[in-house]
Design a protein around this ligand. Structure first.
Ligand code: COA
Length: 336
């Protein structure tokens, strides 16, 4: 049976750090409230003066993953990029990343699944490998959420950050790799998290945000109602993924969840009976980077040597759509 194995990981973050203290000058908030309610201490924000838009961050993360994998850009058959904040409506961020990488033989396209974009992209990539259509696939999650933030809404702007993560999936006949991926969607609840046309005047932004890009649309979220959905959807789809593979919580070495709120992560892990020392989090440093959060966390865990060949790694996401998904990966990479 053909399956995709992760043979390289990478990530890229903008240089500018925006702390909770910085945000106290932007909206009526406090470091204490943000840390207590979300677990976020700081986030990275792309600058208009640096090469840090979504597709550039995607290409930087991909370069790292390609180097680790020892795969050349020309050997890529497909690039699948999960994002809600492509640089332009068209072309796709994936095609721009393809250009930056010189991946001339790859088919490239974006996947729109909100914060679940990376897990959705993994599903497509692994299926393309399983049916024999592709040998090497680059899977990316990349976002510039700062461009869709409403910097007047303290309930949302404090949550968001920018960044990108990537993995290389390579066709293998060995046991392991992506064991299975499970996806779900609920368009009936689309209006809990969506984008709307911006009415704000970008020139009013405070000094600390002077290099931030402003997209014509901005994010609206009903956080309270979403919170409960996020916990139950993540827990139920992760349970389905474990059951499908005959695994229990004890068999999971690491859970790498979407980083939306530390309280959501704790509650989902609790429902799954997975202790927090087996859950990788970096939300304190990067905030919610949407579809980039899982691959950034995966790359960090890999580079820290936390993942060993044979480990079962549970990826679980939730986001706008609503969309959610879980994937179980039998880790096959020796420590980076
Ligand atoms: N600083 C200070 N006070 C704030 C604040 C901020 N940044 N944001 C909201 N508040 C206030 C509210 O105005 C409200 O005040 P009130 O009681 O006087 O009306 C109070 O804090 C509580 O607001 P609430 O929205 O109920 O807080 P919460 O505990 O639900 O936390 C979120 C808000 C957004 C952090 C939380 O709901 C959340 O993380 N939601 C889910 C996010 C998610 O799943 N995203 C989707 C996946 S990407």
């Amino acid at each position: 049976m053909l399956t995709g194995q992760i043979v390289g990981t990478g990530s890229a973050l903008p240089k500018k750090v925006l702390t909770n203290k910085d945000l106290e000058a932007v909206v009526d908030t406090s470091d204490d409230w943000i840390v207590r309610r979300t677990g976020i201490k700081e986030r990275r924000i792309s600058s208009n003066r640096q090469q840090e838009d979504t597709s550039q961050l995607a290409a930087m993360a991909s370069q790292e993953a390609l180097e680790m994998a020892g795969v050349s850009p020309e050997a890529l058959d497909m690039i699948v990029l999960g994002t809600a904040t492509a640089d332009r409506q068209f072309p796709s961020a994936a095609c721009l990343a393809q250009k930056y990488l010189g991946a001339t033989k790859a088919v490239a396209f974006d996947v729109a699944a909100g914060c679940s974009g990376f897990v959705y992209a993994m599903y497509i990539a692994n299926n393309a490998i399983a049916v024999g259509n592709c040998r090497n696939v680059l899977v990316i999650g990349a976002e510039r959420l700062s461009s869709v933030a409403n910097w007047e809404d303290r309930g949302t702007c404090v949550l968001l950050g920018d960044g990108a993560g990537a993995v290389i999936l390579t066709q293998s006949t060995n046991n392991g790799g992506i064991l299975s991926t499970h996806l779900a969607s609920d368009g009936n609840s689309w209006d809990l998290l969506y984008s709307s046309d911006r009415q704000l005047d970008g020139s009013q932004l405070p000094e600390v945000l002077n290099e931030v890009a402003q997209s014509p649309s901005y994010l609206i979220m009903y956080g309270n109602r979403l919170f409960k959905k996020a916990v139950s959807c993540m827990a139920s789809i992760a349970t389905s993924a474990m059951e499908h593979n005959g695994l229990t919580a004890d068999d999971i070495k690491f859970m790498i969840p979407h980083q939306a709120n530390i309280r959501i992560i704790r509650a989902a892990a609790d429902r799954l009976s997975i202790p927090m020392d087996k859950v990788y989090t970096n939300i304190d440093r990067y905030g919610n980077t949407s579809s980039a959060s899982i691959p950034i966390a995966l790359d960090e865990a890999n580079r820290k040597g936390l993942l060993k060949p044979g480990d079962n790694v549970l990826l679980v996401a939730f986001g706008a759509g609503l969309t959610w998904g879980a994937s179980i990966v039998k880790w096959s990479l020796a420590s980076a």
